[in-house]
Design a protein around this ligand. Sequence first.
Ligand code: ZN
Length: 290
Amino acid sequence: MQENDTSQRFLFDNTDIRGEIVRLRKSYADTVTGKYYPEPVARLLGQFLAATVLLSTTIKFDGRLVLQARSKGQIALMMAECTSAGEVRGIARYDETPTSAKFSDLLRDGTLVITVDTKKGEPYQGIVELEGESLAECLQLYFYQSEQLASQFYFASDRDGVAAMMLQQLPAQLKKDADERSAHWSHFSTLARTLTDEELLGLPNADILNRLYHQEELRLFAPKSLVFKCSCSRERTARALSALGKQEIDELIAERGGIEISCEFCATEYNFGPGELALLFEQSGEGPPH
Ligand SMILES: [Zn+2]
């Protein structure tokens, strides 16, 4: 697989349709290594990672985009994030190890929340029910409901990584006639549907686009790099700990002499001794004001 851990945009001339191809390999491996996810869970998490990247390319923002599914199915929580700098991370959480490979069993009766957390201003949030048989269907529904724009998502994965392609209608700009717009969408999306998983995973991006759209005027932009990176830190972990409250922390210290906590995303271990934890409350406002 070429162009690993990249996101690459393409545009068709004279029509309001754009696309994006995302490939995650090392960043996917870094996300799932050591987590012992069953293969269908790891693959679905790979799709979530790719989806956050695809969604992040549809908006201009400085911050992070979070895709979070909560369900009553075999996976209680699946979460993936992508920052505007192309850093990804994700987790799946469940009580009992999932046994199904079906999307509707894994994420039954759930909702998908899309949050855009920018460095300035209020976060944006969009919500869609987890209906249908795939993440692709849910995302298509989301775009249709929220923007009234047609979109198509394709995901293909193997044990080593995930590849995804998105095709999306843009607001009417070049072609304003509704019939012409819809004919264009139908033409480009029908061609995209002929793409196989093997082609999406195995061919370089330029070959895929040439195979689908060799008769069209197409512009392929330079790929952007993606990398696994966790945003956890000692300071943030300490802040999360302080939310437990002084009493609980005091009890934990009395029991264990200190607190060890490991990051769910990257498994980094943070150890806090009693002195440091006492300091935490002096700084966090539970002590005297300063
Ligand atoms: Zn971490």
